[in-house]
Design a protein around this ligand. Sequence first.
Ligand code: MTE
Ligand code: MOS
Length: 772
Amino acid sequence: MSGKVHIARRHDSALKHVTGQALYIDDMPEPPGTLHGALVLSRVACGKLVRLDSEAAKAMPGVVAVLGPQDIPGRNDIAAIGKNEPLFAVDRIEFAGQTLAMVVANSLDAARAAAARVIVEIEAEEPVLDIAAALARESYVQAPATILRGDPEAAMAAAPHRLTAEFSVGGQEHFYLESQIAFALPGEDGDITVHSSTQHPTEVQHVCARVLGCDFNQVTAVVRRLGGGFGGKESNASWVAAAAVVAANHTGRPVKLRLPREVDMVTTGKRHGFDYRYTVGFDDEGRVLALDAVLAADAGWSLDMTPGVVTRALTHTDNAYWIPHFRAVGYACRTNKQSNTAFRGFGGPQGVVVMEDALDRIAHHLGRDPVEVRALNFYAEGRDETPYGQTVDENHLERCWAEVKAGGEIERRRAEIDAFNAANPVLKRGLGLFPLKFGISFNLPHMNQAGALVHVYTDGSIRLNHGGTEMGQGLFIKVAQVVAEVFQVDVERIRPSATSTAEVPNTSPTAASTGSDLNGWAAWDAANTIRSRMVAFAAEHFGVAEADIAFADGTVRIAKPGSNQVLTFGELARLCWLGRVSLSATGYYKTPKIHWDPAAMHGRPFFYFSFGAAMAEVAIDTLTGESRVLRADLVQDCGESLNPAIDLGQIEGAFVQGQGWLTCEELWWDASGRLRTAGPSTYKIPGSRDVPPIFNVKLLENAPSREATIFRSKAVGEPPLMLATAVWTALKDAIGAVGGGKVAVRLDAPATPERVLAAVEQVRREARTAAP
Ligand code: MTE
Ligand code: MOS
């Protein structure tokens, strides 16, 4: 067998994950003298810090120091892209959960007990706690952004039909199993190594250097694996690491800072909740002629990564649909809450829901089938340019749609569901379909680059390092498969190693689903450099042409007239070493073809699009508002998958995570601005019983990427999360059945039992008064 890619292989740490042998940072042996950190937090959402008294805390047993802004040797600023996001608050209090100080002590218990004894006085002010209040005050973290094409006003005025609607979606807690953690180990001359559970080691390095006031080369950030990131460890891991290095620097001892779940949840940003208002113009058949939409995001108190999230929401408002006249305006509302951040989909999920809502309303208004109205509006030949100027190439929408409908037996099930609903007054079932187009690449072109470092040792074993981080998504095994393919050796011969800013510098975060696209190519480049050197050496050594040398099955075959010679890969490696050939190389990749004008919001931000389709069936209980997903059928385009087993897991996991966002995961702040859903007892993530009992997931077959992606594969990390939009659509369908389909349904997300019940009541009320 020769192929190493396009093969289902289990995650390289799968057995270690399930047996508890995979080492996370908190499992690392602690050197003697290790100290533990505990944070002191604001319980007030907005105000002025007037007193912070740590005398009592300092006197507690085991306490070594209580650190505040005055103990930061460099700059008290941990902002990812903006400025002025203090590590420890100085004067202004911006949200309940803001970090004021940190206790370091000999034990975790001692640190936490002392942190509770720090006396804090804050002069409270009226906080801004929701999007509406921020919009009313024009309180933004950045200027509004607009994507515009054509003349939406004129097109709207001329359209045979118009509808206006509003709705909202909530945020989402990442709920990675491993909460935020960093372990800082001071070295000599002020050098420091920080083990961080981060998606962005380079940013950890930069932010730590900034707070320490040292050069980047003095800080090494190391990441073996994360116990989940989901976007929540792109920027937020940096301040946790920064706090740990400040303490390690101050005490000269190793310092570990691990946030308890509640602290993690009240301090770190989440998915942005959005409020929407849109007007859509359309013709008699349901063809969309114009869209004019406002998307208002809850940014929380600071910039963090909100600009990127808003841009991705705006560039995904079109989703799968051709909209000739288009305007989408994105507001980034500043509220006194946790600063919202990246979360799987990065604004894409909040963008695609707009047209899904609009098309349901259009179909309802015209009395047409929402499934057909969707397909009528798909991007197609001759109507394939997005409102921001990128051509929709390699359009798999029709294929995905047809496959999901056929696989889900749509006609039979639609009839079955309608019959069920006619016969059952209490339980109602619903069906929802969703097509997906998702752009792959970081919106900022410069971020689309990656490096790798490959060593071949003289026994033929290989060490692989690259800039990507492993958070459970299977990046390491995929990249190892790429290297195995280049050398034609068993993937077991390749040892993935911890990501480190000392090995591959100046990296981008592992995010935007680009991990394998970028690092796969970079590792390919490094491996190919070494392979080329080995081939050149072997040709000379054996006196053959380079074309006569073939790598296969862990061996190297030298085709010589009369006598073929076969060496193991290790034997050739050793020969190369004896021949003084370097067996180590760096590799590099930058994504071609992409460009973006952020002022005009125009360009080709994405190297390619990933497509998909979903069909979901739900049941609701109209007396309690409870709902279940009964069945989901998904088709996801992964190009020619590097590893179909990993991709399948990504699709299933992403879908259920999306389902959680849209149904059961509700963030709730009290009137004073304190997050009260700060643990699993009050914040409900989907559990194993929420997984659809019938769950058919297919990778789109025979769909190699037309662009030169690594072995024609496509990214998979985020896109399938959006497929869960079908669940939301299905819930609206089920709720609509309560009124016999007579009224349009507004269903804000998350569609908790309360919201479903309220929507049912509204439909009942309106159906009574609606014309027959
Ligand atoms: N899968 C697991 N198991 N854990 C995670 O934290 N993060 C998701 C996705 N899949 C995540 C995951 C997010 S937000 C992104 S951007 C991608 O993985 C990042 O990895 P990739 O680019 O290698 O796909
Ligand atoms: Mo993923 S939200 O891009 O880390």
